[in-house]
Ligand binder design. Sequence first.
Ligand code: UDP
Ligand code: MG
Length: 153
Amino acid sequence: MSTERTFIAIKPDGVQRGLVGPILSRFENRGYKLVAIKLMTPGKAHLEKHYADLAGKPFFPGLIEYMNSGPICAMVWEGRDAVKTGRVLLGATNPLASAPGTIRGDFAIDVGRNVCHGSDSVENAEKEIALWFKPEDLVSYKSAAFDWVYEKA
Ligand code: UDP
Ligand code: MG
């Protein structure tokens, strides 16, 4: 069984709007396993590193200000195809283009207040997990639901 991991974050608007529970539930309900979680305000330098690929974009300063405006709930979720399916659960970057049933399609309107982040590739997931968590923050355990979620390991 692939132990693919993805970095998912509930942005400050999601935390302030009381959406930590509902967003967590989408991943739990789907069958993914939570392996790390912490609430943090990591500061501008860390956020600029996280979004380094977007540094040249006109929305970059506003994005960093938004991400730095309150606590972020940082998480690592594990399971089959976790990166790609995590993005499907989040919905499109612009919430107005997100299908109902996705997190952004159910909880957001503006692209600059789109409540959640998810890694876009396995390679970036590994980088983001290493940026946001220490190796010992990632908890190793067998989910009691494993054999009910997966037909074959
Ligand atoms: N963003 C924005 N305006 C844009 C595009 C993106 O404010 O026109 C913000 C938005 O919060 C988005 C984040 O920048 O989630 C990162 O952009 P990316 O293209 O990586 O989208 P994501 O991977 O989050 O769907
Ligand atoms: Mg992205």
